[in-house]
Design a binder for this molecule. Structure first.
Ligand code: NAP
Length: 294
């Protein structure tokens, strides 16, 4: 199907960069609930009502995350009233390709109720792999703000030796930190050791908790339980990188004075242009696969 109209609906600064990138490739970009002074005139953005333009777009790009609370569209750059997702989706044309990121269960259900097949861009391997780099940089920057010591020489624990964990361990190590990288599988622990990091089984962090100046969690499962949190050195911050609900027992942390810093959406915050390039690199081939061409 030839239809160059792509709707960018809500979203943050990375969608502003993405609008420019997609427009540069020849797409007719239509922005709804997304306003920014740097959006150029060739981007369509002056719709009186989303119902006037949205039905004609073959591709609809919802924000990341689609909604921050309930079913209200996540549109931080739009000052007016933000729409509720069910109403917004009623205007999406039949057969449209609907993309976005990090939908809650309620968002997924709403999309299913409207019979709109949805692709979570953050779950695409090429996006997750590349996002690990800005995530690691953002986490390191955060650690520099949080710690009263340099990262050079700091004793860091990184939980989870997946994409984000590995990228962060490499970066911290390159900055002179001493890095313990945890994993749950024996073969992964062996790989961690071969890469020069101190390996530790994730479930055994409590045996060494007091040894770290800072702990980063990338495991999306409850690994920082009460016993583990109780073992940490007093004042050592714990940075949550895993997506909600994360891996930290927040009730225990708040009632026992453990400093937890939530750090969601780092690529979009610390490197919105890079984040847009990563998304663009995934969206264009995906649309070609779905038969949408300019
Ligand atoms: P990933 O490559 O799948 O890595 C996740 C790691 O967690 C894997 O090593 C996995 O081990 C481990 N793991 C999963 N369940 C576990 C459990 N029950 N016990 C112990 N280990 C477990 O994922 P990723 O791309 O690194 O992303 C990690 C998290 O960060 C996700 O929640 C993702 O959504 C989030 N994220 C956040 C940001 C941000 O800005 N904060 C940016 C990107 C991603 P196995 O290999 O053994 O399964």
């Amino acid at each position: 199907m030839k239809n160059p109209y792509i709707a960018l609906v809500g979203g943050d600064l990375r969608y502003v960069y993405l609008a420019e990138r997609l427009s540069g490739l020849g797409f007719q970009v239509c922005c709804f609930f997304l306003k920014h002074p740097s959006l150029q005139n060739h981007i369509h953005q002056n719709f009186d009502d989303f119902r006037d333009g949205l039905p004609f777009c073959a591709t609809v790009l919802l924000p990341i995350p689609v909604c921050r609370s309930g079913l209200t569209l996540n549109a931080p750059l739009y000052e007016g009233e933000k729409p509720e997702l069910p109403l917004l989706l009623s205007a999406v044309g039949k057969g449209a390709v609907v993309l976005g990121g990090a939908p809650s269960a309620a968002v997924r259900q709403t999309l299913a109720d409207k019979e709109l097949p949805f692709t979570d861009l953050l779950e695409l391997d090429e996006v997750a792999e590349q996002n690990a780099v800005p995530t690691a940089e953002g986490a390191a920057a955060l650690a520099m703000e949080l710690l009263p010591i340099t990262l050079h020489g700091a004793r860091c624990a990184v939980l989870g030796a997946g994409r984000c964990g590995l990228a962060l361990a490499k970066l911290l190590s390159a900055m002179g930190a001493t890095v313990t990288l945890t994993a749950r599988r024996p073969e992964q622990l062996a790989a961690v050791a071969a890469m020069g990091f101190s390996p530790l089984e994730t479930g055994l962090l409590y045996t060494k908790g007091a040894d770290f100046d800072i702990v980063f969690n990338t495991v999306p499962a409850p690994v920082l339980d009460a016993r583990t949190l109780a073992s940490l050195a007093p004042g050592a911050p714990v940075v949550e990188l895993a997506s909600a609900p994360g891996g930290i027992d927040l009730d225990y942390a708040s009632s026992h004075g453990v400093k937890v810093v939530q750090a969601p959406g780092l690529p979009g915050k610390v490197a919105p242009k890079t984040a847009a390039d990563i998304l663009c690199g995934a969206i264009v081939p995906l649309l070609q696969e779905r038969g949408i061409s300019l």
